[in-house]
Design a protein around this ligand. Structure first.
Ligand SMILES: NC(=O)c1ccc[n+]([C@@H]2O[C@H](COP(=O)([O-])OP(=O)(O)OC[C@H]3O[C@@H](n4cnc5c(N)ncnc54)[C@H](OP(=O)(O)O)[C@@H]3O)[C@@H](O)[C@H]2O)c1
Length: 140
C-alpha cells in the first residue's frame, strides 16, 4: 500500500493505539500525527505507570516529537491536546481496564481502527478480539 493512500485513508479516522509507549508504538504515534495531521483522534491505551495526559506523553518523548514541534511552533500543545487522548487501561483486563465507563463507551463508539503494537498473547480473551471482528483488520 502506498503512503499516499494510507494517509488518505487515515483522514478523519479515530484510532485506538495499544502499545503506544513501546519501541514501535511511539514511532507510530509520532508518524501518524506528522504525515496525517487531519486524523481525527488517537486514543492511547496506557498502563497506569505511564503518562496520564497527551501533554505528558509528548513531553516524555520530546526528542521524538521535535520535527512536529518545530513545524507547529506555539500550536504544538493545542494540536497534541486536540488529537491525542491518554486513557489509563490494560488490554489483559476486563473492559480493557478502562474504569471510566463514560470514556469507555465513548471510545468504543468512536473508534474506526485499532492498532496492536504489543504481544499478540495479550489479546487472548480481550475485548480487542471483538473489536477486531467488528472493525476488520488493516494490515499496513
Ligand atoms: N521492535 C521490533 O523491531 C519488532 C519487530 C517485529 C515485530 N515486533 C512485535 O511488535 C510488537 C511491539 O513491539 P515493540 O518492540 O514495540 O514492543 P515493546 O517496546 O516491548 O512495547 C510493548 C508495548 O505494549 C505495552 N503493553 C504491554 N502489556 C500491556 C498491557 N497488558 N496493556 C496495555 N499495554 C501493554 C507496553 O506498555 P508499558 O509501557 O506499560 O510496558 C508497551 O507500550 C510485539 O508483539 C513485537 O513482537 C516488534
Amino acid at each position: 500500500m502506498e503512503l499516499g493512500s494510507v494517509t488518505h485513508f487515515l483522514k478523519g479516522k479515530t484510532i485506538l493505539v495499544t502499545g503506544a509507549t513501546g519501541f514501535l508504538g511511539k514511532i507510530f504515534v509520532e508518524k501518524i500525527l506528522r504525515v496525517q495531521p487531519d486524523v481525527k483522534k488517537l486514543y492511547l491505551l496506557l498502563r497506569a505507570s505511564n503518562p496520564s495526559s497527551a501533554a505528558e506523553y509528548a513531553q516524555r518523548w520530546k526528542d521524538l516529537f521535535k520535527v512536529l514541534r518545530d513545524k507547529l511552533g506555539d500550536d504544538f500543545g493545542s494540536f497534541i491536546s486536540k488529537k491525542v487522548t491518554a486513557v489509563i487501561g490494560d488490554v489483559s483486563s476486563e473492559n480493557l481496564g478502562i474504569k471510566d465507563v463514560t470514556m469507555r463507551e465513548k471510545i468504543l463508539e468512536e473508534i474506526d481502527i485499532v492498532t496492536l503494537l504489543l504481544a499478540p498473547s495479550l489479546m487472548r480473551d480481550s475485548i480487542l478480539q471483538c473489536l477486531l471482528t467488528q472493525l476488520g483488520l488493516l494490515m499496513l
